[in-house]
Ligand binder design. Structure first.
Ligand SMILES: Cc1cc2nc3c(=O)[nH]c(=O)nc-3n(C[C@H](O)[C@H](O)[C@H](O)COP(=O)(O)OP(=O)(O)OC[C@H]3O[C@@H](n4cnc5c(N)ncnc54)[C@H](O)[C@@H]3O)c2cc1C
Length: 393
């Protein structure tokens, strides 16, 4: 009997799930990706855009129309509501029903939630914003550059630190380091807190080495674009160029479907990615319905959440695709997600520091960060190979 798998969201996680599943089930089983955007790009490419390693938005984007693998259908629609019990979605082009459903809707950006952010900050998490940063840097002659994390949790815990390292390196390469201050403000208590104190200390030391000011426990409350001032409650900080990571929020329709926990995101079983009815007992609900990537809340043994990053979305997508395929092919369920993850933290000058570890370890994640190397940077650059794997030019 033919089945239909609905994949909600065609980002990093959704497209990985679609491709992996396509390789595991015969062509009479439909795989349908519902995605509102007509273009795909990887967030990681924004860092390349920001410092001119990529020239334009067009260079990092691909048309969803050019998804190259036969047997992956793209429905270009906005999803309005989800019914996990019936495995049905209401979209701008009508109702869709599946035998399996994978929620891969990511996290939304909420720049409007901080007064002044949209007017004053160049949004690093938006490709056009990254181009604007590139333009600003080209004309920058001196002053104070601030990298601001405007709310937590946010995608890719390393990205704001990478932005600070890359900007600092850029000012050295362009001979204006003496005229520039680089500072990072964030509500976090330490960098990449989920990875533990050793990683946080290592990143703080990298910032000290490069004379990048770092200011933790700073939640911005408003920004005055006219006077170029950041407000953190009562205290104020001036800036000349503001590189911003906007607050994130979960897709609104999921709360209406009763799919979220107190974090606003979707609680899932840490190993199977099935949606939980009770995060304490790990009791699952809605057979055949899974959630992966940034839209999920995976609670770790230290009570923090698994970071929102593409590598986790990708690893989870592979586990979910294998579970759906096993069900379709009437085979035993294969492996589960084991909590291992990794990242490459770009530190400028063509180097990155490789961090990896077990996020499901007790009593909390066991993650180590290696010394920066050019080899790790080359490995990070290979993320963009996904564009050629998934899309025709
Ligand atoms: C600057 C930057 C650097 C990064 N660097 C890294 C890195 O080095 N390593 C790493 O692992 N991660 C990195 N990330 C994070 C990574 O991009 C995300 O964690 C990853 O994309 C999450 O995948 P996802 O599939 O869960 O969500 P997404 O990739 O965000 O996909 C969600 C999709 O759902 C669609 N969608 C949402 N709502 C609807 C709706 N109502 N109807 C239809 N479609 C909808 C969206 O349009 C989107 O395409 C970086 C991110 C940024 C911004």
């Amino acid at each position: 009997m033919s089945t239909t798998t609905l994949i909600l969201g065609g980002g990093w996680g959704g497209l990985t799930a679609a491709h992996h599943l396509r390789g595991l089930v015969s062509s009479d089983h439909r795989i349908v990706v519902v995605e509102r955007g007509a273009k795909f790009s990887l967030g990681v490419s924004n860092l390349n855009l920001m410092v001119g390693k990529r020239d334009s938005v067009e260079q990092i984007q691909r048309d969803m129309e050019k998804l190259k693998r036969p047997g992956i259908e793209w429905v270009h629609s906005e999803i309005h509501s989800v019914d996990p019990r019936e495995r049905t979605v209401e979209t701008s082009s009508g109702r869709l029903t599946g035998d399996y459903m994978v929620l891969a809707l990511g996290a939304e950006l909420a720049p409007d939630s901080i007064p002044g952010f949209e007017e004053a900050a160049h949004n690093l998490y938006d490709a056009e914003g990254a181009v604007a940063i590139q333009d600003q840097l080209k004309g920058f002659e001196g002053g104070k550059i601030v990298v601001l994390v405007a709310g937590a949790p946010f995608r890719c815990p390393a990205a704001p630190y990478e932005a600070a390292f890359l900007v600092e390196a850029w000012t050295r390469e362009h001979g204006i380091r003496d005229q520039v201050e680089v500072d990072l403000y964030t509500p976090e208590s330490i960098p990449m807190a989920v990875a533990g104190p050793a990683v946080g200390e290592a990143l703080s030391a990298f910032m000290d080495d490069r004379a990048i000011g770092h200011h933790f426990g700073h939640q911005v409350t408003q920004i005055d674009p006219a006077s170029r001032t950041l407000w953190f409650g009562e205290s104020e900080v001036p800036f000349d160029l503001l590189i911003g990571v906007p607050p994130h929020r979960p897709p609104g329709m999921l709360a209406n479907a009763g799919l979220t926990d107190a974090s606003g995101y979707v609680p899932v079983h840490p190993q199977t990615l099935e949606i939980l009815s009770d995060p304490d007992t790990l009791e699952v609900q809605y057979p055949g319905v899974y959630a992966i990537g940034d839209v999920t809340a995976v609670r770790l043994l230290n009570s923090m959440l698994l970071p929102k990053a593409g590598v986790f979305a990708e690893l989870e997508a592979q586990v979910v695709a294998a579970a759906i395929a096993a069900d379709i092919n009437d085979e035993p369920r294969p492996g589960v997600y084991d909590g291992n993850g990794f990242c490459y933290v770009e530190v400028g000058d063509g180097s990155a520091a490789y961090g990896a570890g077990d996020f499901y370890a007790y009593p909390g994640p066991r993650v180590t960060l290696q010394e920066p190397s050019e080899q790790a940077q080359r490995a990070k650059d290979e993320y963009e190979d996904l564009l050629d794997l998934w899309f025709d030019a």
